[in-house]
Ligand binder design. Structure first.
Ligand SMILES: [Zn+2]
Length: 254
């Protein structure tokens, strides 16, 4: 699933069209029924931003297009007029380049910044990140929540997804199963700081090092103990952790 760093990379690509008048087309029938292409066709693309896991495209006249990629969505930029692979949801064609969206499960056009954006927590990709603001939101949450679940809540901190929460908790040596009330503010700061630096590093280098994510059964790179995995929270997102250096087990038997 694309996380904040991937959305920033997508924004950097699509920014090739910033300032240009774009021609818009929705080849995919599920996108065509939204009537979005007609409304932005021929307008100037004024600004491209990544906010949390959302891509926001602001067009002249104050129209804001929000794209959330969920699991499979993808933005690419190719030479204008190239025949895109498959049936894209949206093609924005500029002078020299075109931005193409495939599998755009969330695509909305509004006359202003969508309210969902205002409800997001501080963005983990902001440089520097507002760690104090995130800690305040974690402290305002139900303290019986498990930290691994809480940091995925986009209203608490925007941009962290399943992979980076696993890697950040491992680097911070904190079990995803620890409850917020068991943790000090410094513990929370440590895991948020690790997430921010891992994701910033990934954006800058394009490299993603994985120590625990999807490594169940393999030895922990720090201590050699086999990595465990288990679904967590209402959404049952798979948590990965080392039972030796991230002390704290899930409630109930493993
Ligand atoms: Zn370990």
């Amino acid at each position: 699933m694309p996380e904040g760093d991937a959305l920033h990379r997508a924004a950097e690509r699509v920014r090739a069209l910033e300032g240009e008048v774009v021609h818009a087309d929705s080849p995919h029938p599920r996108a065509a029924v939204l009537g979005i292409a007609e409304r932005i066709d021929g307008r100037r693309l004024e600004r491209v931003e990544a906010v949390g896991k959302n891509l926001l495209l602001t067009f002249e006249g104050g129209l804001v297009l929000r794209s959330h990629l969920r699991m499979r969505g993808r933005w690419r930029v190719q030479p204008a007029g190239a025949k895109p692979f498959g049936t894209p949801w949206l093609v924005l064609r500029g002078r020299d380049a075109q931005a193409v969206l495939w599998h755009g499960p969330v695509l909305e056009l509004a006359g202003a910044r969508p309210p969902v954006i205002g409800r997001l927590g501080p963005d983990i990709m902001r440089d520097p990140p507002d760690v104090d603001g995130m800690v305040l939101r974690l402290r305002a949450a139900d303290q019986s929540r498990e930290v691994g679940e809480a940091v995925l809540d986009q209203r608490v901190v925007a941009g962290i997804g399943n992979m980076w929460r696993a890697e950040a908790l491992w680097r911070a040596e904190l079990s995803p199963w620890r409850r917020l009330r068991e943790l000090e503010d410094d513990d929370l700061r440590r895991v948020l700081g690790e997430a921010a630096s891992l994701m910033r590093g990934s954006l800058d280098s394009g490299l993603r090092s994985r120590s625990v994510y999807r490594q169940a059964g393999r030895p922990c790179p720090r201590c050699g103990e086999p990595i465990l995995s288990r679904g967590q929270g209402d959404a049952n997102r798979i948590a990965y952790w080392c039972p030796e250096c991230q002390e704290g087990e899930p409630s109930g038997a493993l």
